[in-house]
Design a protein around this ligand. Structure first.
Ligand code: TMP
Length: 254
């Protein structure tokens, strides 16, 4: 395999220069981290599953008109994406109280929220990704008011669509984190969905039993972490045919 230039290595993914200008290759690792990388581990096959799950969800979202950075999946662990300027915000949408919302405000985990909540976090691990409000975002120029309007509208559409899609396979979409980027084409700029959507950044509970099928299994040492991710892929009908044995992916990636 030709050596490619690595542009960035994150906790769960690596970005390489793409084959054409304006494209990148996004490689999904098995590395897992939580609590701003204070807890680290490996979830075997996670990269393969997240590549597949994120591909599937981004394609379905594109079908309903949500613009995304996704172009196509290249292999078990890699996908071709458009190069975007990442907006330094983590957008969290919540439907059910869990995680930091439950802890911070003392709300019983599992309480259904009367309406969906959108929260913003400033993407800065040195500061532990602090929660911010619209005033901070526009004041410090992370996004303009119009950009933020677009982001919130898209985030709510993503939430509506994914809530229904997951409900159809017996999964409750409790909350999720997404990121957006600016895509420059000719003289135009568009806000598009970027990064990934996978059990790494969603809370997914079995609708009947409440069993967790997401990264909380790793964060909270609940065991059967791989199985949780696999079950999400299985219910979506996209579990790689060869199953877990085929999950190591291509060797010699860098
Ligand atoms: P929280 O309850 O810990 O704030 O997380 C809300 C949602 O955002 C949950 O689905 C997990 C996801 N998330 C990330 O993807 N990355 C992060 O760094 C954090 C803090 C949360």
């Amino acid at each position: 395999m030709a050596r490619r230039r690595q542009l960035f290595e994150g906790k769960a993914k690596i970005l390489f220069e793409g084959p054409e200008p304006g494209t990148l290759v996004q490689y999904f690792k098995d590395d897992a981290s939580a609590f701003n990388a204070q807890k680290k581990g490996t979830i075997t096959g996670k990269g393969v599953l997240n590549n597949r799950i994120s591909e599937y969800l981004m394609m379905r979202l594109a079908e309903i008109g949500v613009p995304t950075h996704f172009i196509r999946r290249l292999n078990m662990r890699e996908q071709l994406i458009r190069e975007v300027e990442i907006i330094p915000l983590e957008i969290v949408v919540r439907n059910v109280a869990a995680g930091s919302l439950a802890t911070r405000l003392g709300i019983q985990e599992g309480t259904r929220l009367p309406r969906s909540i959108v929260e913003y976090y400033y993407k800065n691990s040195a500061l532990n990704n602090p929660m911010v409000c619209e005033e901070h975002i526009t004041c410090f120029g992370w996004a303009a008011t119009q950009d933020l309007d677009d982001i919130v509208a898209l985030a709510l559409r993503v939430n509506d669509f994914l809530t229904g899609l997951f409900l159809g396979v017996g999964i409750t979409l409790v909350d999720f984190k997404i990121e957006f980027g600016r895509l420059f084409e000719n003289d135009d700029m568009r806000i598009v969905l970027a990064d990934e959507i996978s059990p790494d950044n969603c809370r997914l509970w079995d609708t009947k039993t409440g069993e967790k099928m997401d990264k909380d299994r790793f964060r909270r040492d609940l065991g059967k972490v791989e199985e949780g991710y696999q079950e999400v892929a299985r219910r979506l009908g996209i579990l790689p045919e060869a199953g877990i044995r085929d999950m190591k992916g291509p060797e010699g990636l860098q």
